[in-house]
Ligand binder design. Sequence first.
Ligand code: CUA
Length: 473
Amino acid sequence: MEKPHIKDMRRILIASANPLYGKGLEKLLTQKAGGILPDIRIASTMAETLAMLEEWKPDLVIVDYDDRTIDRGQFLNQFIAGDRAMQVMLVSLKASGTAVVYDRRTLSPDQTQDWLQLPIESQPSQGSVHPRRSEGMKHFIIVAVLVAVSTVLVNLLLQNIGLLPVEASTQATIIDRLFNTHFLVISFLFSLIVVFLVYSLVVFRRRKEDAQQEGKFFKGSTRLEVLWTILPLGTVIYFSYLGSLSLAETRRVDPQALEVKVIGRQWSWTFEYPEFGIVSDTLQLPVNRQVLLKMTSEDVIHSFWVPEFRVKQDLLPGENLVKELRITPTIIGSYKVRCAELCGTLHAYMESPVVVVSDVDFQAWVDEEVKLLNADPATRGERVSKQNGCLACHSVDGTRLVGPSWLGLYESQRELADGTTVVADDAYLLNSIIKPNAHVVAGYPPGVMPQSYVDSLSDTQLSDIIAFIKTLK
Ligand code: CUA
């Protein structure tokens, strides 16, 4: 509550039957006023006070807290009724200078109640200002202990319900250290709010016997406000410091890092190993060796994210906008890279396998891929056919599966569903892969073969498959 400024008060009325009270206060106020002296009058009876309120219109009325001849109910009615700005100060000389200020414009119902409960002698002199201080301390200690216990329990819960996937990279360990610190702060804040709330609801609930009472009114606490501004500010600054340390740590450079170019497009990933000349749709990584991913996008913004590795990086379109990400896988296994940036219709399906293998297995994979690079198109085509599931529906030995067999297909006469006949040349084979419903062979249902190969297979892969079909005579 704002203290009235004696200097701003031009007309001050002192109401007390005790002449010493009036004279004493008058002297005190005159000293405090400094240069401009306020106009001070003293009323020694109730009737005199009310008359002066009407006629003289004081800015401030100082009432003797201990004077029982003043009818406070009547005085209160007078005070509430008016609309002129006026303040009333109840000052006690007995209870070591206790003073309560009431402002006509902001007087609350609780304060009215307080006012009528006077005189203050009926209560212990300290008690009226700090009601049952030791009682309050007792509640505070109980709540503090409950908050501490709840913090430990909530944190334990958060740590054990598997919120995070397995930590499969050096970088993940660094990130998780931050996560765990956050979990602790979250547990504390949750406990602080919920424990205080529940404790107040249960312990200070309204009981039958105090149905008529209102709670004590108070407003503002500078100490509390300073505290709850500085503590969160300090916490946030500390966390930004921890964050920048961790960021620097996840970006630590290993000169021996394996370089892999990552290309994202709607809606697939390609991984290039410039050191070996390999291009792959699977990200193969050797365990415990840092990999430097250099990432670009061919169209829109995508985002490279393997949850088990924790780190994440956007891919931007444009040759000059290559983004780098360093990962050191620590656990052998199969993972999945997901696109973490909404990039169109099939965003949800933009994922590719990530395989972490031992050094030996990685070298074997590299050798196999390199051998294949130098292989003839037909051999490559056979592999592409296997990898893309072609051979699940098309046999190479003449057996009838879901689709026509590839044996003896090249340059044969094909009878189509519409009754016409075509020769299965290069153009026909290519068209049948990328537009499977254009020329359906008689006896086979349309709409069965996926129509996505036009996007998922490269031109080289398509011509390799055709080269493989040509060898099946
Ligand atoms: Cu690419 Cu989402």
